[in-house]
Ligand binder design. Sequence first.
Ligand SMILES: Cc1cc2nc3c(=O)[nH]c(=O)nc-3n(C[C@H](O)[C@H](O)[C@H](O)COP(=O)(O)O)c2cc1C
Ligand SMILES: [Fe+2]
Ligand SMILES: [Fe+2]
Length: 410
Amino acid sequence: MRATRVSEGIYRLSANVSNILFEGMWPVPNGVAMNSYIVKGEKCAIIDGVCAWDGVPETLLAQLDELEIDVRDLDYVIINHMEPDHSGWLDAFRNVREDFIIYTSERARPLLEAFYGITGNIKLVKSGDTLDLGAGRVLAFEEIPNVHWPETMATYDTKSGTLFPCDAFGSFGAVDNDAPYDDTLQEEQIEFFEREMERYYANIVTSFSSATQKAIEKVKGLDVKVIAPGHGIVWRRDPGRVIRSYTRLTGYSQGPARAEIAVLWGSMYGMTEMAVQPVIDAIESQKVKTRVHRIPESHIGYVLDSVLQSSGVVLAMPTYEYKMFPPMAAVLDEIGKKKIVNRRAFRLGSYGWSGGAQKELDEIVTRNKMKWEFLEPVEFKGRPTEEDVARIRQRGIELARAVKSWALAD
Ligand SMILES: Cc1cc2nc3c(=O)[nH]c(=O)nc-3n(C[C@H](O)[C@H](O)[C@H](O)COP(=O)(O)O)c2cc1C
Ligand SMILES: [Fe+2]
Ligand SMILES: [Fe+2]
């Protein structure tokens, strides 16, 4: 864990975590940063803890020492979000100090009790409530429910214009603690975090895109000069850039997205596979980029990212026990649950005697209200004939053209 200065009286405490699956399921090959912040007036507040520190009180104390902050001065603990990646440190913090006051939203109260048995010393705040730290430093609270849990709120330092939005505006990717700010990074490093942000968004935020849109509207009403999220880098030079990125991503979940097509395919014995390269070639002949994933080999974390970025989707899979190839059904259902809606799509696949994959596909798309607009599917018995392949190529071209005319410009 390292402490750095964001601006006068504001410090970022951060630890990078790697070799984990985030939330127990999402791959983070480039790690993820867990940030908390200390805001100093005459009194001191800590905003969002980090569970990533080793839990040994000395580690936190050493960091505070470095900042010349006495733990006894940490009067206020501000919990923007109760997910244990931000609140899990409370147990350990109680070992170094017992009598702090928690500022949090009404909906966080039962979670505080259920997770940590904390029932006292809680001040419940609503949008517009403030906390005066003295020395001209007033923190204002803004509820941003369902980004990412129902209790989520953001904290805004009125003195410096710094917004602490927790999960919102966050990204995956470990952060070099010598240079954790956009103004200390090269353009290609910022772009790295923007790519990490896309997968972060697709994996953990996209289901809450409409709540995120509302949160962005609220943020636009504030004079935000710095964005200091719970994960990723701090946006000090150009907070508008991350707001624009998030606005774009909320739009992608509703469609259209980029002029790209995600090709998701699975095959047991290679019959469906025979039609996969032809459809990719046909799409690319129209100068439309593809993002190809074999199912189930590709982790759902990456598949969701590709589908979120793409305006078009090809689903290629055989029939299996009168239904869809099961790992593809699971993936499609997950995409539906994540509410990635309104796509142009095409399905192809092999069957042996009766088919059945198409029926299950229709069920999943309807059940999840996905509003995907499909071209007529191409199904073939066993190996695809030359005519089948020709039809598949034709559909690939049609899909690519539809996507090109509908997608958003980059
Ligand atoms: C375990 C298993 C179950 C299958 N169930 C069905 C089925 O219910 N209906 C059907 O028409 N074909 C069924 N098939 C046949 C496959 O759909 C057919 O072999 C197809 O060509 C496989 O395509 P692939 O090589 O791309 O996996 C089944 C095949 C297997 C191995
Ligand atoms: Fe969260
Ligand atoms: Fe988080």
